[in-house]
Design a protein around this ligand. Structure first.
Ligand SMILES: Cc1cc2nc3c(=O)[nH]c(=O)nc-3n(C[C@H](O)[C@H](O)[C@H](O)COP(=O)(O)OP(=O)(O)OC[C@H]3O[C@@H](n4cnc5c(N)ncnc54)[C@H](O)[C@@H]3O)c2cc1C
Length: 394
């Protein structure tokens, strides 16, 4: 087997997870990260029981526990009247069904623990300020070129370089990602500043016409993570400028006063224009493949983009270990076992986004049907939360 390391472009949650998973299988890896430092943005992220299972396999679930918050329910509230529509209980029955817990965590804490675990492995080399600009296969190896002129030779390449992945541009060549017309604002504030304290212990979504808000606590409950998303009418009308703070105010103007109040926790300085891509049937070429957002970027409505990236990493390492030095075989087996699950997340997230943002009769229908749900039934996410088999076991 080649002595060369496996090259990974991108040191986000996906890139570091696959680095750790490969190291645990005894493979040498070199992570090339474009940013001057390895890091993440300062907001929260939701982790399903499917990914808790993967983090356990990677040996870092325990290290994450002190940073994690375990809400008692996932609650859906109507933003127009502030009345609860439905909930998924996260207690004993949930744990019995899935064996692992749902938790929320600050992205920096999650990324920081995966990074710390990577730093402890001698198989892993981490290099910042290395932006992949191109790659080519040369016999039994891959040559990666970086923006600063450096070149690296590896046994294979995993492009974990995110939504705008240049690795994807070379392999799939399907142009820019799709603009969904949804724009997200975020804010993290001390929990003491929260006025309406009726949802402190849950992960709560307020759904309204062309709008939804999300709230959950982080860091032992000390801070509250707040997210507001606008589904932009201006975008649908074909306007170039859309989703600005004025449109946020406009969609929130119909919300109940307690819901409108949540705007004070949201920063207007920065927003995220949301994208995804049509699922594709191939993201592998020879000894190069893609992972995470580079392979199957999704809207956030099932809160599974990073979950999928981590699952990808564990599965990819399993297939590499099984295929020896036949990386193309390993990568085709990996993408084969990930394709429909990740496509279902992409398509399901679009559907769930529509479901949250409806108005009029559709809103009445949504609420009526959702109110009939049994809170012990995890509903649309059951197939996700049940998790995946790796190395022949759940
Ligand atoms: C509002 C919002 C809420 C979300 N909530 C959730 C949630 O609750 N749960 C969940 O699971 N997911 C959630 N997601 C999705 C999640 O954030 C992403 O799916 C996840 O971060 C993807 O990880 P990644 O490692 O594949 O890509 P990224 O996090 O984008 O990492 C890519 C890395 O590659 C680096 N890079 C880029 N180009 C190059 C290059 N040329 N060379 C080298 N390095 C490069 C970047 O600097 C970066 O470090 C949410 C997304 C949004 C927008």
């Amino acid at each position: 087997m080649s002595n060369l390391p496996i090259l990974i472009a991108g040191g986000g949650i996906g890139g570091l997870s696959v680095a750790l998973a490969l190291a645990l299988k005894g493979r040498r890896v070199r992570v090339l990260e474009k940013a001057p430092e390895f890091g993440e943005i300062g907001y929260g992220i939701q982790m399903g029981p499917n990914v808790s299972r993967m983090l356990d396999r990677l040996g870092i679930l325990k290290a994450l526990e002190p940073h994690s918050v375990y809400p008692d329910a996932l609650i859906l509230v109507d933003a127009l009247d502030n009345r609860e529509i439905t909930r998924i209980a996260l207690g004993r029955a949930f744990l019995e069904r899935y064996q692992y817990r749902y938790f929320v965590i600050h992205r920096r804490d999650l990324h920081g623990e995966i990074l710390a675990a990577c730093r402890q492995r001698e198989e892993i080399t981490l290099e910042a300020s290395r932006e992949l600009t191109g790659f080519e296969e040369r016999g039994d190896s891959v040559i990666v070129r970086c923006e600063n002129g450096s070149e690296y030779e590896g046994a294979a390449l995993v492009g974990a370089d995110g939504l705008w992945s240049p690795t994807r541009a070379a392999i799939v060549a399907d142009g820019a990602p799709r603009v969904a017309g949804h724009v997200t604002y975020r804010g993290v504030v001390p929990t003491g500043e929260i006025i309406d304290r009726s949802h402190l212990d849950s992960m709560t979504i307020w759904a309204g016409p062309n709008l939804h808000l999300v709230q959950y606590r982080l860091r032992g409950g000390a801070v509250m993570n707040n997210v507001a998303t606008v589904s932009s009418r201006r975008f649908r009308r074909g306007e170039k400028e859309f989703g600005g703070p004025d449109e946020l105010d406009e969609v929130l103007s119909r919300a109940a006063p307690q819901v409108r109040d949540m705007l004070r926790y949201i920063s207007r300085d920065r927003n995220w224009v949301l994208h995804d891509r049509e699922p594709v049937t191939n993201w592998t070429r020879g000894r190069a493949t893609l992972l995470g957002d580079a392979a199957h970027p999704t809207l956030q409505y099932l809160a599974q983009g990073a979950n999928m990236a981590i699952e990808d990493g564990v599965v990819l390492a399993e297939k590499v270990a099984a295929a020896g030095s036949d990386y193309n075989r390993a990568f085709l087996a990996y993408q084969g076992s990930r394709m429909t699950r990740t496509a279902r997340v992409v398509i399901g997230s679009r559907f769930f986004g529509e479901y949250l943002h409806v108005d009029g009769g559709a809103r009445e229908l949504r609420n009526e049907l959702a109110r009939k749900r049994d809170p012990e039934n995890s509903w649309e996410v059951d197939w996700l939360y049940r998790g995946i088999e790796v190395d022949g076991r759940l």
